[in-house]
Design a protein around this ligand. Structure first.
Ligand code: UDX
Length: 448
């Protein structure tokens, strides 16, 4: 099939390259000319393991990029993977996505008005409405805004007697950062949210090679329910971690090891052993934003979701609990304190909503002289804290430090023996259970 993907950010680029790799012809559309040039040159505009290789293999062949929405009518289906920023109250701002939706509709309508523009003399008008498939995560109530934007772009109010040119569908993504390319190839489920048999047929055809390869379960539903599945999925996982942290904090107060307790409850397959790692909490671009957007949309609809509110409250408190453990051992005012790990999780340079941010802020409020270290996220954190000291390696961060706080579970932190021993009086406060408790270290685990 020929597919257009609007938006070449994290999700859009992974999707475009992965669909090309499945055998489809993909046109990526982005307003940023630099991004378009990068893709056409066979390079990746974002860092994700395996992505560069896919783009290099398919660029100039099955994968191309343009700034021009006129590419849309030549394709069988269009994905929208445009960013949806958050407003201060946590709700989504769909303005950019709605603008892209309207432009997609306008491009489809323009092609109907000027059939000769297709170039090969055939009529480009599709016999069925062109599916405009929302990949971006938007709350179910916000889809009404996008349907309106699509109708505006097409040039009608959607109630005209003529055949519909375009229709909105949804196909949420569940990719994780750092494993997005392999997650695409081996998903747990596919979710198709459509209002018509023709849009569903196109999505089925598009993913047929993947379904044949993996036998992945397909959930077929309406567009709103599909988006709610995405929100419920992320909210459930975020709340699961917060529950584990809540229980973990109680374990710590009782003098118990939360990991021993969680390993045991994970044997109950209704609970499952995954996502039971307690510590300094969840961050990243998805969990915080999606949980907040869901809470805000629910409140607007008249329901205040008590458990989700509590999940956020527990998550917000974990960094402060970590700092309180430090306070019990060291008065950090005017002392050098090393923050080990700045990325929101290992394997990425993404610092969005990283727990390192409140930890650094809390240390500074205490008057500490903070030095940060991360194997890859120094430059991204420098944008957030330009005046923070950044060390080139863990040894340099720990030299002369009165204490170390571990925020990200990078593997290399598990082997920091000589580096800790070089500290005058090593104090290690671990938020991820990556450093081993041993003699010679004053060691505190957050929930163990
Ligand atoms: C998540 C979802 O997993 C993915 O399905 C969705 O599409 C986007 O959001 P991602 O943000 O890449 O993916 O990260 P993930 O690996 O899920 O971790 C999220 C956060 O939870 C990280 O800060 C991680 O450190 C934390 N976490 C995860 C825990 O604290 N404990 C755990 O047991 C698991």
């Amino acid at each position: 099939m020929h597919v257009t993907v609007v938006g070449s950010g994290y999700v859009g680029t992974t999707l475009a390259a992965s669909l090309a790799d499945l055998g489809h012809t993909v046109t990526a559309i982005d307003i940023d000319e630099e991004v378009v040039e990068t893709l056409n040159a066979g390079a990746a505009p974002i860092h994700e393991p395996g992505l560069e290789e896919l783009i290099a293999e398919h660029a100039g062949d099955r994968l191309s990029a343009t700034t021009d929405y006129a590419a849309i009518p030549d394709s069988d289906l269009t994905f929208l993977a445009v960013q949806t920023p958050s407003t201060p109250d946590g709700s989504l701002d769909p303005t950019a996505l709605a603008a892209a939706t309207e432009m997609a509709g306008a491009a489809l309508a323009a092609d109907v008005d000027e059939p000769v523009a297709d170039g090969d003399g055939t009529t480009p008008t599709d016999p069925v409405p062109h599916p405009v498939v929302v990949k971006s995560t938007v709350t179910p109530p916000a889809l009404a805004t996008l349907r309106g934007a699509l109708a505006d772009g097409v040039g009608g109010d959607g109630s005209s007697a003529g055949p519909a040119i375009a229709e909105l569908a949804t196909n949420p993504e569940f990719l994780r950062e750092g494993t997005a390319v392999s997650d695409f190839r081996d998903p747990d489920k596919l979710v198709f949210g459509t209002d018509s048999a023709s849009a569903l047929d196109r999505l089925e055809e598009l993913y047929a090679p993947l379904v044949a390869e993996t036998d992945v379960p397909v959930v077929r539903t309406d567009p709103e329910t599909a988006m709610m599945i995405k929100y419920a999925n992320n909210a459930f996982l975020a709340a699961k971690i917060s529950l584990v942290n809540d229980l973990g904090n109680a374990c710590k107060e009782f003098g118990l090891d939360a990991y021993e307790v969680m390993d045991a409850i994970g044997l109950d397959d209704r609970i499952s052993e995954r996502f039971l790692r307690s510590g300094v909490g969840w961050g990243g671009s998805c969990f915080p934003k999606d949980v907040d957007a869901l809470r805000a949309a629910s409140r607007t609809a008249g329901y205040d979701p008590a458990l989700l509110n509590a999940a956020v409250e527990v998550n917000d408190r974990q960094p402060e609990r970590l700092l309180e453990l430090l306070d019990a051992h060291v008065d950090v005012a005017n002392e050098r304190v090393a923050v080990l790990g700045l990325a929101f999780k290992p394997g990425t340079d993404d610092v969005r909503n990283s727990r390192a941010i409140p930890v650094i802020e809390g240390l500074r409020e205490r008057g500490a002289d903070v030095v940060g270290y991360d194997p890859v996220a120094t430059e991204t954190m420098r944008e957030r804290f330009p005046d923070l000291e950044y060390a080139a390696d863990a040894a340099a961060a720990l030299a002369d430090a009165a204490a170390a706080i571990v925020v990200t579970d990078w593997d290399e932190f598990a082997t920091l023996d000589a580096e800790f021993d070089a500290m005058a009086d090593p104090v290690v406060i671990d938020g991820r259970r990556i450093v081993e408790r041993r003699e010679g270290l004053t060691y505190e685990g957050l929930t163990w």
